[in-house]
Design a protein around this ligand. Sequence first.
Ligand code: GDP
Ligand code: MG
Length: 374
Amino acid sequence: TDSITVGELAKRMGIKANELIRELMQQGSMVTINHPLDFDTAALLASEYNYEVENVAFDEATILEEVPVIKEGEEAPEDLRPRPPVVTVMGHVDHGKTSLLDAIRAANVTAGEAGGITQHIGAYYVELEGRKITFLDTPGHEAFTAMRARGAKATDIVILVVAADDGVMPQTREAINHAKAADVPIVVAINKIDKPDSNPERVKQELTEFGLVPEDWGGETIFAEVSAKQHINIDQLLEMVLLQAEVLELKANPGKRGRGIIVEARLDKGRGPVATVLVQEGTLHIGDPIVSGVHFGRVRSMVDDRGNRVDEAGPSMPVEVTGLSGVPDAGDLLYAVEDEKKAKDVAQHRQQKLREAELAKTSKISLDQLFAKI
Ligand code: GDP
Ligand code: MG
């Protein structure tokens, strides 16, 4: 029960399903009567028909559950544009994830740029001959699992880092399992090839056990042999990522209201709540009314990872956003909505549901305690 169909929502609001389908079409989604809508979409639609969201019957478990609104392939093809791949680096501790992210970034940010290379917003993009790649620069596994637990898919490609002198280790296996469960393709970066005791062939051999077979061994997995420390083959790795991305034919519609995922968020003394948002659909603009988790507001400012102020951010772009009323959780979705009242309605509805859920929990505990005493 994590969704409601178009037909059911129409029925509950006492309108014709066709009317709702037309409304959704105007918003850019082609759907049928049996199409499932997640809570956010349903709540926003309902408010467009002047329904208090409270009037729409959702069970509590549904309320805070967020799944991506529009699955790929459901958009009108003519609205879709290619978008950069979003990449997460995963692998065993000390195999060089941080070093690799640093090397990729250092190779791509020129000294003169506003933020230099020190600005850390939890995500950044690089450019290779005009083609962009977005990297999620968060503690890999946790962020990945947190987002997946919320049903959000934040990553298109996983770079699996394996140290050439150490081979497959427990967290390597864990990373492979995560990627497979999320159906995300893996590009293998065999790292530390500068070390005298490095043995890339052994790593390749070990990985075949997991179905990761290099192309020159007759398999389908793309491998690169790199040194994050000595900056060897970093560009080649990026080329491989772009090659993998081409196969995926990643597209999004930049022409609608923005929707993104919170990569990280914090409270800044001067600027208030600051959230790094990875835009996934549509385009986010300065001034857009937004809602994320139980917080709402308007986009007051947007800054990219290089410290440049931007007025808009399209699909796959990470930006630091200010203007929310509070600090959302990593993995929360952020929606631009029609007006601030709707943003507020949704946020307040969620706050209320959260309070109710907490109250229910407390009373359940005290009941349990009561029974325990009897
Ligand atoms: P993480 O735990 O996966 O983020 O690994 P780090 O990036 O923190 O690297 C762990 C250690 O390996 C550090 O001491 C790095 O300097 C070292 N290291 C990372 N990449 C390389 C490499 O390509 N060659 C060598 N020789 N050392 C590396
Ligand atoms: Mg690290």
